[in-house]
Design a protein around this ligand. Structure first.
Ligand code: G1P
Length: 304
């Protein structure tokens, strides 16, 4: 198979976000901010940092705020310019110069079905799928973003590669899980099977799929005929398992920091970790957390 440049990314964002109700009744869950940046912007930044040129966001009901966020806002820009707030103006402008495309998934039938909506956008090229609930820390400038790692793998193998990470045995049933083949090489494994949300006792390993996929376009033909699987949804994992029977699909073990912003506790942890790196508030927050720690342990604080 010839080596094609990976230029396109698909971000499924059609989920209802029920875990964050009532906040997500009218607001897209992808717009919930970590400190001051919507979670979807972190995903878009990872894509751009990885060399992606065009991004398709698969949306659904109550998702207009995502489109507005990445659109220009003349009134706001004019206002910031008049007031000389050039730093803020740059932050706003940074969100509008991206090649973003939107398509609505009107009858959501699962992740596999969301990815299928990207068939015409992707055409006959390799592409990446990036899930919005998984943030990969890209604040370390020296680290290679996970999406870029998958693209590097593709350039070597010309094959699909799925990002995985070890999770605890209680957690496996919340993920797609792989059965790796052999010992792997430089963090990359051949895969025997991909299983969506196995019971812990049936899980073939502790290596869970973590929301970054590099896929060849042959996945679309499979998705078109994919029957619903776990949770009665059309599962991307099942289609990948079928793809692996006709062409090699690899797994890449991610060794960086991953944040799960898909549930309340994960979201809080992510917010605190990112706030501790945020230039405007990190020092105050650190001080506050130290005092809070003392308070929770019943030790006297500065204030007595
Ligand atoms: C989806 C995928 C699953 C993957 C997970 C990663 O599940 O179906 O294979 O492990 O994302 O976050 P969901 O979290 O949508 O249930």
């Amino acid at each position: 198979m010839k080596n094609q440049k990976v230029r396109k990314a698909v971000i499924p964002a059609g989920g209802l976000g029920t875990r964050f109700l009532p906040a997500t009744k009218a607001l897209a869950k992808e717009m919930l901010p970590i400190v001051d940046k919507p979670t979807i912007q972190f995903i878009v930044e990872e894509a751009l940092k990885s060399g992606i040129e065009d991004i398709l966001v698969v949306t659904g009901k109550s998702k207009r705020s995502i489109e507005d966020h990445f659109d220009s806002n003349f009134e706001l820009e004019y206002n910031l310019e008049q007031k000389g707030k050039t730093d803020l103006l740059k932050l706003v402008n940074d969100t509008t110069s991206i090649n973003l495309h939107f398509i609505r998934q009107s009858h959501p039938r699962g992740l596999g079905d969301a990815v299928l909506q990207a068939k015409a956008f992707v055409g006959n090229e390799p592409f990446v799928v990036m899930l919005g609930d998984d943030l990969m820390d890209i604040t370390n400038d020296k680290a290679v973003p996970l999406t870029k790692q998958l693209i590097n793998d593709y350039e070597e193998t010309h094959a699909s590669t799925i990002a995985v990470m070890p999770v605890s045995s209680e957690e496996v049933s919340a993920y797609g899980v792989i059965a790796p083949q052999g010992k792997g090489e430089n963090g990359r494994y051949s895969v025997e099977t991909f299983v969506e949300k196995p019971n812990p006792e049936d899980a073939p390993s502790d290596l869970a799929i973590i929301g970054r996929y590099l896929l060849t376009p042959e996945i679309f033909g499979i998705l078109e005929n994919q029957e619903p699987g776990a949770g009665n949804e059309v599962q991307l994992t099942d289609a990948i398992d079928t793809l692996n029977k006709t062409q090699r699909v690899f797994a890449r073990v991610f060794t960086g920091d991953r944040y799960d912003v898909g549930d309340k506790f994960g979201f809080m942890k992510t917010s605190i970790d990112y706030a501790l790196k945020h230039p405007q508030i990190k020092d105050d927050l650190k001080q506050y957390l130290i005092e809070l720690g003392h308070k929770l342990e019943g030790k006297p604080t500065k204030k007595g």
